[in-house]
Design a protein around this ligand. Structure first.
Ligand code: H79
Length: 388
């Protein structure tokens, strides 16, 4: 679960409102004193994340607006010294621990509030001050909250290179403070994982990655953003992510008080129910399915060892035929119930028989069929037909 929460949540007009609407800094700053979140909303996020089958949360400790959600000594523009009057990052970390979730910190390098955040590109003294500020912030986040599992940098504007950001020095410090942390690729260094944004596209084999996705087109709370991804779309994102050995970081933008919009509940609870029945197809060490399996009109694949999982999202009826499997199928079953499926396999064709007329998955109409095979599954379908 990605959490975008900050002063912009009060405006409810996207987290880029300050920039897109050219709100003057002095005017925007007033939002710091009018922000009065409810008590410990992070517990609500964590409870929901667990119910949704999620394993970790990443929260915006400072977005582009520059307001720091933790008790920092680097600037007074922080949650302790203004409206909230408390350390919202600490609450977040405590909620993660209470609910058994891993902890991730989002940190925007770009800063629209810091006086040197823009002119650091033109003025060497400003750059020094801004880097000291940035490294001071990152040092605090990696020092004051116990174990941090993920550091999620964002938007390395306006400095153009990792050298100018001193990213090697900064991330060396991070790893000294947090030896097991994983760091994303947005400090202009590749580091541990790639970050496709608003699309779920596997990175090249051998490279870890995590797709970050909005739920409704806005990261920050935006009540007018009403086109929410459906339960089926979220499950499809999960399949593409797991099929390419990646993770999914799905966002919610809490209201200013920290509560979670109803639309997120309406989708995440069923997603969690679905995962509780089908989690085997996506959790843990999956193999890459892209490049090894074909895309099908009725569904797609994830793989684990000798097992193939067919995520059927367009149910064909009493029979489901799959062409081009190069592997002998030993056993077929419905993943959710374990119910065996009778099948016939000829050289080029697997036909699953005596299936229900409609998709047995009542949650989302996505039924996972588990195929236990004699060896690592592979599927080959050219563009032509069967040659007799
Ligand atoms: O924190 C979220 C975004 O605010 C941030 N990264 C994610 C995780 C981000 N920063 N920049 N971008 C994403 C890409 C830039 C998109 C933009 Fe726009 C195009 C900014 C201005 C024009 C879309 C439309 C966003 C605001 C208006």
């Amino acid at each position: 679960m990605f959490i975008h929460w900050g002063l912009y949540s009060q405006l409810g007009r996207h987290e880029w409102a300050m920039n897109r609407e050219r709100i003057p800094v002095a005017e925007y700053e007033q939002l710091a004193d009018t922000w009065h979140p409810a008590e410990r909303p992070a517990r609500e996020w964590a409870r929901l994340a667990v119910r949704a089958g999620m394993k970790y949360m990443v929260m915006t400790t400072k977005h582009h607006e520059g307001f720091c959600l933790w008790n920092t000594r680097q600037t007074d523009y922080n949650a302790m010294k203004h409206g909230p009057g408390r350390d919202l990052v600490r609450e977040f970390v405590e909620a993660c621990r209470e609910f058994g979730l891993r902890v991730g910190f989002y940190y925007s390098l770009m800063d629209w509030h810091h006086p040197d955040g823009a002119n650091c590109a033109r003025d060497e003294a400003a750059r020094r001050r801004f880097l000291d500020f940035t490294q001071g912030c990152v040092r605090e986040l990696c020092s004051n909250y116990g174990k941090v599992d993920i550091l999620w940098y964002d938007v390395a504007w306006p400095l153009q290179t990792a050298e100018l950001w001193e990213s090697v020095k900064m991330n060396t410090m991070v790893r000294e403070l947090q030896p097991d942390i994983i760091i994303n690729n947005r400090s202009l260094l590749d580091e541990d994982f790639g970050t496709p944004e608003e699309h779920v596209t596997p990175e090249m084999a051998g490279r870890d990655w995590e797709a970050c996705m909005t739920f409704n087109g806005s990261w920050g709370y935006m009540p007018s953003a009403i086109d929410w991804h459906s339960v089926r779309e979220v499950i499809s994102m999960l399949r593409t992510a797991a099929g390419g050995q990646g993770n999914l970081l799905l966002n919610i933008g809490p209201r200013p008080d920290g509560s979670v919009p109803e639309e997120a509940y309406q989708r995440l609870i069923p997603v969690g129910q679905w995962i509780s029945q089908n989690g085997e197809a996506l959790y843990g060490l999956v193999d890459r399915a892209d490049g090894r399996m074909e895309s099908m009109p009725t569904g797609g694949w994830t793989l684990k060892g000798h097992t193939a999982y067919y995520w059927c999202h367009r149910w064909p009826g009493r029979e489901l035929a799959i062409g081009g499997l190069q592997t002998e199928v030993l056993r077929a079953s419905l993943l959710a119930t374990g119910q065996p499926i009778t099948f016939e396999q000829t050289e080029n064709r697997l036909v699953l028989k005596d299936l229900p007329e409609s998709s047995p998955d009542r949650i989302a109409g996505v039924t996972v069929i588990k195929l236990e095979c004699a060896s690592e599954p592979r599927q080959v379908l050219g563009m032509g037909c069967v040659v007799l």
